[in-house]
Ligand binder design. Structure first.
Ligand SMILES: NC(=O)c1ccc[n+]([C@@H]2O[C@H](COP(=O)([O-])OP(=O)(O)OC[C@H]3O[C@@H](n4cnc5c(N)ncnc54)[C@H](O)[C@@H]3O)[C@@H](O)[C@H]2O)c1
Length: 417
């Protein structure tokens, strides 16, 4: 496959930034060193549809070190780092990704990767799995299996499996504890706030920040916004996370109420049409809306456009919509995941764990595909535990071990008062 990147001359800059991220990814480095010796992926063709970032670049290099032939495209039209795409292509990972590509180019790039007839697919949002099942079913027989990175993708895969539409096994990397408890929370939390600050330069202290959805990502965004001095309001549809948010000290209320007082809104639900026309109609002048959920459907962009009498791009990644009464509402990163569109995505130290799970899950699929059915599989618990153990070791953190007496005690039912 040929590369299709914005500008090959950016490769040098990309190389340096990939090297910088590598310094924060010690677990992936250990896996790469083992892969170099053992070559567990020798000759395996991998098609990856992931955010093209410095961290993904290190994952690609790890898979290649294991002997795989890898081709990469973007999992979102706005998340590509063009210098990384250039550097990867130069380093022998043909990459088809250009930041800001239109929908047609986005799907052309996915199809170009599928032209390499991958035996393993790696997805972030399930678009590659969708395209191969819908448009290229003749290729399904040659696929061993796949991996999926994010909550939204796993929801789509489970729906496919329930309809018997899924034709090969996929490992739900998102469900590993060492993924969603860290990446979704600490990664999305920090990088979403980073993106809002980079794109707007707003002072968050003293502002009302409304977080829609208090799942793993919402917990992270809410806690980091509070850390910046914001007054955080949470909206939810599920009583359990809503209760947790209330006990964490956040104000919890319906979005229609929050819409009147919020300064900054962040959606992280995995749902659609969360912020709708009725909410926009009561928002304050200057309100800022950002989405960090997977698809650009959480904020109803069509409703926003039809409410507006004029629009302009007032800053990079900030679109200003002026309503008939003169109020101005701002949408960041075109409503696409803001942390990747307007910042750099998760810090490498957290992607280290997510991508360690990815690399080890690919190895597991290659080793076990003959025994697996067309279902969604969890990351094997020993892989999850190994990633946590390696990360602690890399951080120089030691923990205690159970004494024999404690092991016995924890397994017995006879001892008590
Ligand atoms: N930006 C990133 O880098 C990044 C990273 C990880 C995950 N994600 C994406 O973020 C989204 C959320 O992921 P998660 O792991 O937090 O999911 P989650 O399932 O843990 O949490 C989602 C929460 O949103 C709530 N919700 C659903 N509809 C709602 C509505 N209309 N109003 C208010 N709350 C609503 C749910 O009750 C749930 O508590 C997914 O799309 C996921 O793919 C993005």
């Amino acid at each position: 496959m040929d590369a299709d990147v914005k500008d090959v001359s950016l490769a040098g800059k990309g190389r340096e930034r990939i090297e910088w991220a590598e310094g924060e990814m010690p677990v992936l480095r250990l896996i790469r060193e083992r892969f170099e010796k053992e070559r567990p992926l020798e000759g395996v063709r991998i098609g990856a549809c992931l955010h093209v970032t410095t961290e993904t670049a290190n994952l690609m290099v790890t898979l290649k070190a294991g002997g795989a032939d890898v081709a990469l495209c973007a999992s979102n039209p706005l998340s590509t780092q063009d210098d990384v795409a250039a550097a990867l292509s130069e380093a022998g990972v043909p990459t088809q990704a250009i930041k800001g590509e239109d929908n047609e180019t986005y799907f052309r790039h996915i199809n170009a990767v599928l032209d390499t007839r991958p035996q393993v697919t790696m997805d972030d949002g399930c678009d590659m799995v969708n395209v191969i099942h819908r448009d290229r079913p003749d290729q399904l027989d040659s696929v061993f299996g796949g991996t999926e990175e994010t909550t939204t993708g796993v929801i789509r895969l489970r729906a496919m499996a329930a309809d018997s539409a899924l034709k090969y096994p996929v490992v739900s990397v998102n469900d590993a504890d060492t993924k969603h408890l860290f990446d979704n929370r600490f990664g999305t939390g920090q990088s979403t706030i980073d993106a809002i600050m980079r794109s707007t330069n707003l002072l968050l202290a003293g502002r009302n920040v409304v977080v829609c959805g208090y799942g793993m990502c919402g917990r992270g965004v809410a806690s980091r916004a509070r850390g910046m001095g914001a007054q955080v309001i949470v909206t939810e549809v599920d009583p359990l996370p809503a209760l947790e948010a209330a006990m964490e000290g956040y104000r919890v209320m319906p979005l229609l109420e929050a819409a009147r007082i919020g300064d900054v809104f962040v959606t992280v639900t995995g749902d659609k049409a969360v912020i709708r026309s009725e909410h926009m109609q009561v928002m304050k002048d200057g309100a800022v809306m950002a989405n960090s959920g997977h698809f650009d459907v959480e904020i109803d962009k069509t409703a926003l456009a039809s409410l507006a009498v004029s629009t302009r791009r007032i800053r990079e990644f900030v679109d200003e919509y002026t309503l008939a009464d003169g109020r101005r509402l701002h949408l960041l990163g075109e409503g696409r995941l803001v942390n990747l569109a307007a910042a750099e995505g998760h810090p490498a130290a957290v992607m280290d764990m997510s991508f360690a799970n990815q690399a080890l899950s690919v190895e597991w699929v290659v080793q076990h595909h003959a025994e697996l059915g067309p279902q969604v599989y969890p990351v094997p618990p020993d892989i999850d535990a190994e990633v946590a153990r390696l990360k602690l070791r890399a951080m120089g953190v030691d923990i205690d071990t159970l004494t024999e007496e404690q092991e016995e005690y924890l397994q017995s039912w006879q001892e008590g008062t």
